[in-house]
Structures are given as structure tokens and as C-alpha cells.
Design a binder for this molecule. Structure first.
Ligand code: FE2
Length: 420
């Protein structure tokens, strides 16, 4: 079974990444930061960590307010560094751990912690800046990374208590994973800082040290604070430290601190810490996902799971883009060229070219992009349903109460197609 071998807590700032890229380890301003990470590097290597589950918040880079979620787990194979306005850092993409991610997701949902998932999104300094301090500059990462994004920038945001409880479920989800992975929980963010408004520049070292004591010895006390109380003590942006409570919830009640540093060079107090469990976890029952148990007996039924989503993501994306007028115009003019440009495989392009509705479903395409394709090529949903059932349109219609045809792009009235 997977094991939580310890936890790292660290601030995240863009400057940490820049200092690393410019090799400022001997600069007196930056040296304390490099020195702070050195014991963590050594500890990670010594512990032979396989996966770093990294809790971070995006800074309105890859997660915008058009769809903002409180908790988003990365389910991708690879995470590229994000361009935050000045060009992306030239560091290798982080290797993901998609199988572990899917297992954690299923366990969390079973505990009624419903989270969202992301792929195809670059990851910003919230995740990258501390991690790059922990790896060699030659571009290889010694561990896989599971990014866990917390939406803390548009209120309402999760309460501190919710974060702590989620951490408990996350810990159980990791420990239920049936493979001997050695997992480290990495909490990022904080400490005290505020970067907006007239109060910008606010720091509170006294509170920071108190927070570092409490996260270690009395995390429950920290779960009782409101966001306003966190903001009062550590600045509004400093309230992102609630993410540390997710890490703390995944650990045993008692923990042992092996390392702790604190440094306030400019606007953000930079802290680092290493913790190991110093207690026992309550035993957990072997996890079994019952929600889809038996669904395989329903012939001709294909739940759209994270596995199917991963396999057919590129093709689903291509077909989803048919909601964009320019994309569908190009598709109508020269579908082959467009499919090559979007790097569809020969098999995928063939399925689309032949409009093999049934095989597209078998491949992993969701019906709800197939109906967009149907609208573009001018056939009704009924036509697609019939093809999936292996019937003619007339045979399908004979099984319905009304003989009508429709799709997401049109109502079909006799031979007339009425665009909606
Ligand atoms: Fe941040």
C-alpha cells in the first residue's frame, strides 16, 4: 500500500524560481532561501520519495474566474511551467501521477468530498517555485508530482476546517492506494503577506511563528479561525496558509518537526519545514468503489470515466471545438488537414471521417461532442442514436412514440431543417 512518509511545508513566490534559474545561491540576499531548502533536498533523497502531492493555489494564471473551483486535482501525465506574463521558465515539465490521481479521486468522492479535475493546464509558481528548489538544475525530476489546486482567490473560499477535514480524507485515499508508493505531502503558500490595496506590504512575524507552532502542535485551533481573522493576523493573501491544514489533516495527530526556517526579505515571509508522523493512523478498511459496481452488466453502456477521458482527450477536445464557428468552418472546408493540424491519430481521424458513431463511443468519445459533430455534418441526433443501436433511422423511429427528428443545431420538420 502507498505510504505517507512525511510532509514539507513551504512558501511559494515567483522570486524563489527566478533566484534558482539565475543561480543566486551565493548572493547574500538569496542565500538564506537556498540554505533553507538544502535540508529538504537531502531529506527527500534520503527518504526515496516517489510522489510529491503538492497543494498549491494558482495565481489567476491557469484558473480564471470563468469557472473557479475550490479544489482541483491534476490528472495529467505532464505539467508545463506557466507563462505568468514574462515568458515561461525554462524548466522541464513535471511528470504527473495520473493513476494515483484517479484512485485518490474515487476515494475522495466515496467520502463525499467532491473535487474537480484538470489536465492540459500549465502550472504556475505556486507549485513550481518551491519544487524547483528541491531538484537538480539538469532538468530531471527525481519524483512524480500530483498537483492539488485550491481556489483561494475568489470568495467564498473553503474554510480552514474544510481544508483540515479534506486532508484527513486525502490521507486515507493515499494510504488506500494498492501500490507501494512513498508519498510526501507538500503544502505551499504564505506566510504573512498582503499584495493589494493600501495595506499592501503587511507582515506579522509574531503571528507567523505562532502559526508555525500551531500547525505542528494544535492544528485544530487553526481550523476555528475565519478568513477575516487570518487576514487580520497575516494579511489577506497570507490567508492562503489554510492550504497547510490540508497537509496537516493528512498526517497523524502527533507529528515530529525535523526542520524549520523563517526569512522575511521583502514582501512575503518565507518559511520552510519538514514534518514526519509521530503517531499511528487509525486503521482503514480496504477501499472498494461500489458506485459503478455492476455497471458492466449493462450491455452497450460506457460510463465516461477519468480513464476514458484521458485516452480520448485530444479527440474530444477537437470535437468540442466545433462549438467555435471558425473551427467548424475550417472543418467543413478541409477536415483532413484540420485533423492533422490537431495531431489526431490515423485511427481517430478515420473514425471521424467515416462518422462511425458507435466506434467513436467505444473509443472514448462522449456523446455530447458527437451531437455537435452531427450538427456540423447535418444529421439529426436520431440518426446517431440509430447508428449506435445498429438500426436504420426508420427502425429506431418505429420504437418511439413520435416520429420526429432533432439535434442540438436544428429541428427537422419533414424534409425541412429549421435552424434554431
Ligand atoms: Fe500564493
Amino acid at each position: 500500500m502507498a505510504k505517507i512518509i512525511g510532509a514539507i511545508a513551504t512558501s511559494h513566490t515567483p522570486t524563489i524560481g527566478f533566484a534558482k534559474d539565475r543561480r543566486l545561491e551565493n548572493d547574500p540576499i538569496w542565500k538564506p532561501i537556498f540554505d533553507a531548502y538544502e535540508p529538504i533536498r537531502a531529506w527527500l533523497a534520503n527518504k526515496r520519495a516517489d510522489v510529491l502531492l503538492t497543494i498549491y493555489n494558482d495565481h489567476v494564471t491557469s484558473f480564471f474566474f470563468d469557472h473557479y473551483s475550490p479544489f482541483a486535482l491534476g490528472v495529467d501525465d505532464l505539467y508545463r511551467p506557466a507563462d505568468e506574463g514574462g515568458g515561461a521558465r525554462k524548466v522541464s515539465p513535471l511528470p504527473g501521477a495520473p493513476e494515483l490521481a484517479r484512485s485518490i479521486a474515487t476515494s475522495l468522492f466515496a467520502e463525499e468530498f467532491d473535487i474537480s479535475f484538470f489536465r492540459g493546464k500549465p502550472v504556475d509558481h505556486g507549485c513550481f517555485s518551491p519544487l524547483s528548489m528541491l531538484a537538480d538544475p539538469d532538468g530531471t525530476w527525481p519524483w512524480k508530482v500530483l498537483p492539488f489546486q485550491v481556489g483561494v482567490l475568489q470568495f467564498p473560499i473553503p474554510t480552514a476546517r474544510r481544508c483540515y477535514r479534506l486532508g484527513g480524507a486525502l490521507g486515507r485515499a493515499i494510504r488506500a492506494y494498492p501500490s507501494d508508493l512513498r508519498v510526501v505531502i507538500v503544502a505551499t503558500g504564505g506566510l504573512s503577506h498582503q499584495v493589494h490595496g493600501e495595506r499592501c506590504g503587511f507582515n506579522n512575524p509574531e503571528w507567523d511563528h505562532q502559526f508555525l507552532d500551531l500547525i505542528e502542535n494544535d492544528p485544530v485551533a487553526l481550523t476555528n479561525l475565519t478568513h477575516a481573522e487570518y487576514a487580520e493576523r497575516g494579511g489577506l493573501e497570507g490567508a492562503e496558509v489554510i492550504m497547510w491544514l490540508i497537509m496537516r489533516g493528512a498526517m497523524t495527530d502527533r507529528i515530529r518537526r525535523l526542520h524549520r526556517t523563517y526569512y522575511l526579505p521583502s514582501m512575503t515571509a518565507i518559511a520552510t519545514a519538514i514534518y514526519e508522523n509521530d503517531g499511528e493512523y487509525p486503521p482503514i478498511a480496504p477501499f472498494r468503489d461500489v458506485q459503478l459496481e455492476g455497471v458492466e452488466r449493462l450491455a452497450g453502456t460506457y460510463p465516461y470515466t477519468l480513464e476514458r477521458s484521458a485516452k480520448a482527450y485530444r479527440l474530444n477536445r477537437f470535437l468540442h471545438d466545433l462549438i467555435v464557428p471558425e473551427h467548424r468552418e475550417v472543418f467543413r472546408r478541409n477536415a483532413d488537414a484540420l485533423m492533422i493540424a490537431h495531431e489526431l491519430t490515423a485511427e481517430e481521424a478515420d473514425l471521424v471521417r467515416r462518422l462511425d458513431w458507435r466506434e467513436l463511443i467505444h473509443y472514448g468519445v462522449t456523446f455530447f461532442v458527437l451531437e455537435k459533430l452531427a450538427a456540423v455534418v447535418g444529421v439529426s441526433n436520431l440518426h446517431v442514436y440509430a447508428a449506435m443501436r445498429g438500426q436504420s433511422l426508420e427502425e429506431l423511429q418505429a420504437t418511439r412514440n413520435a416520429k420526429i427528428e432533432y439535434g442540438v443545431g436544428a429541428l427537422y420538420l419533414g424534409s425541412q431543417q429549421s435552424k434554431m
